[in-house]
Design a protein around this ligand. Structure first.
Ligand code: ZN
Length: 138
């Protein structure tokens, strides 16, 4: 049985050679199509089934495509378009992760997000971007 899985894995590796594979955009398309499939269970939203089908086909075509430069351009455009929401999500995730040890606040001059350790009393915080000094109670 172990030999079977090793051979199947090697065969899949040979078949995927020269193909693009999965990236952030194809993962997004797949998850969106799953959400649309769930929504299509609602009677008035039946038509979302076809949208989900189109997205899953698009994702599959991208994954097995051999036109790698075009897929890379699509990925770059997707990453450019989603840069702000992804950064906002990462900030929220980091704030939650550091909620016991660090404070987050925005610089009054340049609006950069600054992170300082908690329980250090009143400290002077120098913004690394604009070098503005702020007094902060942590
Ligand atoms: Zn600043």
């Amino acid at each position: 049985m172990r030999g079977f899985f090793a051979r199947a894995n090697a065969a899949l590796g040979r078949w995927m050679y020269g193909r693009y594979g999965a990236d952030e955009l194809s993962k997004f398309l797949t998850w969106t199509s799953m959400a649309l499939l769930l929504l299509s269970c609602v009677r008035v939203l039946w038509w979302m089934y076809f949208l989900a089908l189109a997205l899953i086909i698009w994702s599959t075509v991208r994954t097995f495509s051999r036109n790698i430069p075009r897929r890379q351009r699509e990925r770059a455009a997707y990453l450019r378009m989603t840069a702000k929401p992804r950064a906002a999500w990462a900030l929220q995730r980091n704030k939650h992760r550091d909620r016991r040890t660090h404070c987050y606040f925005k610089c009054k001059q340049c609006r950069a997000v600054l992170r300082v350790p908690k329980h250090k009393g009143t400290i002077d915080v120098t913004c690394p971007r604009c070098h503005c000094v702020t007094v902060k109670k942590t």
